[in-house]
Ligand binder design. Structure first.
Ligand code: BGC
Length: 450
């Protein structure tokens, strides 16, 4: 087994790896060897261990909840191995991957490609083995002779960086900018992963704990196969094993209506993130409206993470906008940098504006406007500048109540300084019609919260 230091995701990992190599290599080898001998028919294994996904061999057929089993518990139909020579076999209704001497990173990949999806799987990994699940990944003859590359959801022994995103095979390294939660994966036994890849937003959970929630850089691939990684190991290390089971996926369509929750609370509207905003769920304006031109590789859309609070008389929204060049050059307000909020107060989803429907806009210089003759005297907003762009905090008059739902959307306009709107990113409705038609807005539900 020979693998270069470069295969380790960071030097600390390599150092840790070499330390426990000496201590644990022997026992790992023994348990792996026992495991190999213990191979029994998958169906019997499933019954004995209760670990199977309960499927009966077919890969097709969505279940009622929209999920499909990617692994049938019996064979590797629907999967193909790419790159290295690690072995993958079906044992006890699980996929068991085992390192091989001298092999580079190996991947067992789905034949099918996925873009936006919700994925569940369970995994168990040996100490000393780095692993991960590739999402939206590619293998092309003209890219390093088929080297598997793309975002990977990390799997490694605690303390590690499990659940964070690494850009495998691209030399870009970690996509997750900070990786502070090092102990979420349980070393012994199975770990339940959940991955939500919805447009440019990727969220991961391990055993119910949210580990990552980021906006993927535009350079990362948007669609591709899933791949179960068995990392290459150092000379004389291993063999190590990693096992997966209950791999289930639900594809998400690009226009699925999004939902968000607003927590109860009355913040000061000053453009600052006070304590009340802590823990309030956030959403990302990740859908590009149809009307704007496609961005070239060096252009970046301006987006915002948005959170909402409510009280008896108001809805409060806080939008943290990423914008590398704030500009108000364009003639029309909606073409300049700024954030727009849309509310359908009576949740009637009408295709024309009724009295309860409104559009409010605030620009980074504080200028307010509306496209639909709404009363701006009841709208308050404040703006502060940040390292990454700016924050808009607003207060909209609206009667709040636990359990109440309204139609809601947010749009971030980006003026690059040449008099036009380069990008307009919405939370839900990818059409440009929300300023006169509320039927496709997202859903906001008022809950008590923390
Ligand atoms: C739309 C613009 C429209 C404006 C009217 C914006 O939300 O994106 O195209 O002209 O509203 O206020």
């Amino acid at each position: 087994m020979s693998v270069s230091i470069g295969n380790f995701k960071n030097s600390a990992q390599f150092a840790a790896f070499t330390i426990f190599l000496g201590v644990f290599a022997g026992s790992q080898f023994l348990s792996s060897a026992l495991m190999a001998q213990a191979t029994i028919p998958a169906s019997l294994g499933t019954l004995l261990s209760g670990s199977g996904s309960g499927v009966t061999g077919s890969l097709t057929g969505a279940q009622e909840d929209g999920f499909v089993d990617l692994f049938n518990g019996k064979n590797l139909d629907g999967w193909e191995q790419k790159n290295g020579t690690a072995t993958y076999e079906v044992v006890d209704g699980t996929i068991l991957g085992r390192t091989a001497k001298g092999s580079p990173n190996s991947f067992l990949c789905t034949e099918k490609e996925y873009g936006d999806f919700e994925l569940f799987f369970e995994v168990k990994v040996d100490k000393g083995l780095n692993s991960g699940v590739q999402i939206r990944s590619l293998s092309k003859p003209d890219y390093k002779e088929g080297r598997v590359h793309g975002p990977q959801v990390e799997i490694e022994w605690d303390p590690g960086e499990s659940g964070y995103i690494y850009s495998e095979g691209t030399k870009r390294g970690w996509v997750s900018p900070t990786r502070t939660q090092k102990n979420v994966l349980k070393n012994e036994g199975w770990n339940k992963y959940r991955v939500l890849a919805d447009g440019s937003r990727i969220q991961t959970w391990i055993n119910g704990t949210c580990v990552e929630d980021i906006e993927m850089p535009a350079i990362e691939s948007k669609k591709g196969f899933l791949g179960l990684q068995v990392h290459g190991v150092k000379k004389n290390a291993g063999p190590f094993k990693v096992q997966w089971k209950n791999i289930r996926i639900r594809e998400i369509s690009g226009d699925e209506r999004r939902e968000m929750k607003a927590f109860m609370g009355t913040p000061k509207v000053d453009g600052k993130i006070d304590d009340l905003w802590e823990g309030v769920p956030r959403v990302l304006t990740s859908r590009s409206i149809d009307e704007v031109d496609e961005l070239s590789a060096d252009q970046k859309a301006s987006t915002a993470w948005v959170r909402c609070l409510w009280d008896e008389g108001h809805l409060y929204c806080l939008a943290e906008v990423t914008d590398d060049a704030i500009s108000s050059q364009a003639g029309d307000e909606w073409d300049r940098d700024g954030v727009e909020f849309f509310v359908d107060r009576n949740f009637a989803r009408t295709s024309t504006y009724d009295d309860d429907d409104a559009q409010y806009r605030t620009e980074p210089d504080g200028n307010q406007s509306t496209g639909s003759e709404n009363d701006l005297s009841t709208y308050k907003s404040a703006v502060t500048k940040t390292d990454k762009g700016y924050i808009v905090e607003v207060c909209i008059d609206l009667k709040g109540k636990v359990g109440k739902k309204i139609g809601f959307d947010v749009q971030v306009n980006n003026d690059p300084g040449d008099g036009r709107r380069m990008s307009a990113m919405k939370w839900n409705d990818a059409s440009n019609d929300t300023y006169f038609d509320m039927s496709n807005a997202g859903t906001l539900e008022m809950v008590e919260g923390n």
